[in-house]
Design a protein around this ligand. Structure first.
Ligand code: HEC
Length: 139
């Protein structure tokens, strides 16, 4: 009978793990897709020797709304990493806009480094997947 007890315990543990992951809202997924698109544009702009400040400013502008959405979502949660990272990204996106406007290479680099580094930290703490269907979940 011992095996029945352990199977039962294993089922309970698995159920607990499944419940811990949460399906993201379409808004969260779209914001992440926007983060990905903006980051993809920003990387070569940051690497370029001669900075295209107008283009950097445009990336910062398109990043603002999704960054606000993610900061609002995670700001309302008791999640140490997600709450801090999402607030840091929103601040960095605003800093990036200001730095681009001021043609300030050092400030552009500093803000760009914060946004680019945020992805992995937050995903390690709060993203699971990809699932079989290619989607991700929140943990
Ligand atoms: C505050 C935490 C956080 C930050 C910061 C963050 N992500 Fe995410 N990301 C998540 C979570 C949680 C998921 C899984 C839920 C989802 O797909 O929306 C995710 C999912 C994604 C996905 C998959 C979306 C899909 O198609 O389902 C992409 C792409 C992505 N992130 C890119 C990025 C990039 C690029 C950055 C950095 C520029 C970034 N993320 C920063 C938390 C974060």
């Amino acid at each position: 009978m011992a095996w029945i007890t352990s199977v039962g315990a294993a089922v309970v543990v698995c159920a607990g793990l499944v419940q811990a992951a949460e399906k993201p809202t379409p808004e969260h997924i779209n914001a992440m897709k926007a983060f990905n698109a903006a980051n993809g544009k920003l990387r070569p702009l940051l690497a370029a020797e001669t900075k295209d400040y107008a283009a950097i400013g445009a990336v910062a502008a398109e990043w603002k709304a999704p960054a606000e959405l993610i900061a609002k979502f995670w700001g309302g949660r008791n999640a140490e990493v997600g709450t801090k990272m999402s607030a840091d990204v929103l601040k960095a996106v605003n800093d990036l806009a200001a730095a681009a406007k001021a043609n300030d290479a050092a400030a552009v680099a500093a803000a760009g480094a914060v946004v680019s580094a945020s992805c992995r930290t937050c995903h390690t703490a709060h993203r699971t997947g990809p699932l079989a269907d290619g989607t991700y979940e929140i943990k």
